[in-house]
Every structure is written in C-alpha cells, then in structure tokens.
Design a protein around this ligand. Structure first.
Ligand code: HEC
Ligand code: HEC
Length: 111
C-alpha cells in the first residue's frame, strides 16, 4: 500500500513536470496554441518579432528583454487583479502603454 502511494506521488510529479513549457514565472498558460496566440499578441503590441525577446532555438532561455517583459507581465497582472477586478472590467495590456512600439511616451509631446 505504501509503495503504491509513493508510485502515485511520483507519477503525479512527472505529470506536472511534463508540461509543454519550462520556464514560466508569471503566465498561467499550459498549451502551445494559447501560448502562440498570446505571444503573437504581445509582439504586435510592441511592434517586434519573437527574436526581440527570445533565443529562437530555445525560448525558455531568459534574455535581457525577456526579463523586462516578464516584469511588465507581472505589473499588468497585479494591476488587473487589484484595480480592474470588477465584472467585465477592461484589462490593461502591453498595448495600453506601448501602442506598437518598444519605447513608451511617458511625457506628453510638446505641441
Ligand atoms: C516582449 C517580449 C516577448 C516577445 C516579443 C515574445 N515573447 Fe515569448 N515569452 C516572453 C516572456 C517574458 C516569457 C516567459 C513568461 C513567464 O515567465 O511567465 C515567454 C515565454 C515563451 C514561451 C515559453 C518558453 C518556456 O518553455 O518556458 C514560448 C514557447 C514563447 N514565449 C514563444 C514566443 C513566440 C513564438 C513569440 C513570437 C510570436 C514570442 N514568444 C514573442 C516574452 C516575449
Ligand atoms: C503602464 C505602462 C506599461 C505597460 C502596460 C507595459 N509597459 Fe513595457 N515599458 C513601459 C515603460 C515606461 C518602459 C520604458 C520605456 C523606455 O525605456 O523608453 C517600458 C519598456 C519595456 C521594454 C524594454 C524596451 C526597450 O527599449 O528595451 C519591454 C521589452 C517591455 N516594456 C515589454 C512590455 C510587455 C511585454 C508588456 C505587456 C506584458 C508591457 N511592456 C506593458 C511601460 C509599460
């Protein structure tokens, strides 16, 4: 009985360890199609291609830009969960600030 339980425990561990992604700290996405459409969407929000943030051979590797992007994802998640949490609330996205560019206008342009 005890060994059966241990076997179950180990199997469960393997099931979870065997998800499609290796290095997620913020996103709660567990299938490839959803990941692809989310990543395409943030790429458009910043006006870049995958390679701007990723090592194309192994997307789980962290790059400098990827770390910044992760920081931003965390910020948005907290804002949405904390301040835009009412029913059908609009959600902040990368587009909200980036508008198709990597650089964000933080100061109103002089007319
Ligand atoms: C602006 C930066 C950025 C761009 C552009 C981007 N990604 Fe990502 N990507 C990330 C970050 C950040 C993570 C990790 C998120 C986390 O830690 O939860 C990630 C994670 C991933 C993962 C999971 C890797 C793993 O195993 O951990 C895949 C697959 C991926 N991206 C694919 C893509 C594809 C395909 C594109 C282009 C269509 C793309 N990404 C464009 C920032 C980016
Ligand atoms: C609240 C506004 C805001 C939101 C929302 C936001 N960003 Fe940013 N982001 C900034 C600011 C401000 C900078 C600094 C821009 C600069 O240095 O010119 C920045 C910089 C970046 C950079 C570095 C760009 C560079 O020049 O190297 C990346 C990458 C990035 N953001 C990714 C993201 C991603 C991905 C999202 C969505 C998950 C996101 N940001 C959402 C405000 C925002």
């Amino acid at each position: 009985m005890k060994s059966l339980l241990i076997t179950f425990f180990v199997l469960t561990l393997f099931t979870f360890a065997d998800g499609p992604f290796k290095n997620l700290h913020v996103l709660e996405i567990d299938n490839k199609d959803d990941m692809k459409s989310f990543m395409k969407s943030i790429s458009r929000d910043l006006g870049v291609k995958c390679i701007y943030c990723h090592d194309i051979d192994d997307k789980s590797i962290d790059t400098k830009k990827k770390k910044i992007a992760r920081h931003m994802m965390k910020m948005i998640k907290e804002q949405n969960e904390t301040y835009f949490s009412w029913k059908n609330a609009p959600q902040i996205t990368c587009w909200t600030c980036h508008r198709g560019a990597t650089e964000v206008e933080t100061i109103r342009p002089k007319k």
